[in-house]
Design a protein around this ligand. Structure first.
Ligand SMILES: [Fe+2]
Length: 284
């Protein structure tokens, strides 16, 4: 199951110390290494000042002119970005009293939307009582991975992420559905961002029906969209590239999209027999 790491590390790490530790000591491809070193994220969460300093710096940097905000999503600030991992802070707001505002908040914060992740990650509560979450697991090897497909879901637990609680979520294995916390809360994450993750889709699930609802808007979906674009306006040169992708790309969705695009381009090249000169010349 999503792993709760029962440690109580009293030390305090700076963001730079934490990042350096991860760079030098964590095997990002080994879940056991993530679990064994998770206490260091607790050390960062014991640092009462680093997050406000990071937010101040980010606003100053933005105002100074590069115009790029390092927000992973509207609720999530990137604190550090390296080749194969990210450190981020997420805010979790309590439910708005205004029903219209609440309607907008639910998708923005991924509340009540069961999903897995296409990467392992470590999380810790930094502030507040934390969101509530229902956690399930599934076996990625038992599914094809298409919307509407039935998935065998196993309920694991319903829990919260209060300040100091440490958990490790497993890539393409744990599914969680989150609910707003009773009070404003913040969590910190170490996200594994190894290149292999970009080939694995992230899914949203219907827990009642036990089905995959849709893919997430991630790099795989963007790759598929580009190939759908190619299907509509591609030419012979596109077909050459698609032939390679359809047979060689490691991602199933990408291979399928390339095959669809090839078919679409191929069917556009078929001669229109009704209007072809040959047909007109030999007609009855
Ligand atoms: Fe999530």
């Amino acid at each position: 199951m999503a792993i709760t790491v029962n440690v109580n590390y009293p030390g305090v790490l700076s963001l730079a110390e934490y990042v350096e530790f991860v760079e030098q000591n964590v095997d990002l491809r080994d879940i056991d290494s993530l679990v064994a070193t998770a206490w260091t994220l607790q050390g960062l969460s014991n640092n009462k000042t680093f997050l406000s300093e990071a937010i101040n710096q980010e606003i100053k940097r933005y105002l100074a002119g590069d115009g790029i905000m390092r927000m992973y999503t509207p609720q999530s600030l990137i604190l550090a970005s390296r080749a194969e991992f990210l450190v981020r802070a997420n805010m979790w707001i309590e439910p708005s009293q205004d029903p219209k505002a609440r309607e907008l908040e639910v998708p923005l914060y991924s509340y009540q939307s069961a999903h897995d992740h296409n990467f392992d990650f470590v999380t810790v509560g930094y502030l507040g009582p934390g969101y509530e979450t229902a956690i399930y697991e599934y076996d990625r090897n038992q599914i094809t991975g298409i919307p509407g497909e039935k998935v065998e879901l196993k309920f694991l637990e319903r829990t919260t992420l209060p300040k100091g609680k440490l958990m490790v979520y497993r890539c393409s294995r744990d599914i969680h559905e989150q609910y707003p916390p009773p009070k404003f809360s913040v969590s910190l994450n170490l996200l594994v961002q190894i290149p292999e993750s970009r080939l694995v889709p992230q899914y949203f699930f219907d827990l009642n029906a036990g089905t995959i609802v849709r893919f997430s808007e991630d790099p795989t979906s963007r790759r598929v969209s580009l190939l759908d674009f190619a299907a509509c306006i591609g030419d012979e040169n596109t077909a050459d590239i698609l032939t390679f992708l359809a047979s060689r790309h490691p991602c199933t969705r990408t291979r399928d999209a390339a095959t669809r695009a090839l078919d679409a381009i191929g069917s556009r090249k078929q001669p229109n027999l009704v209007n072809s000169p040959q047909m007109l010349a030999t007609g009855p």
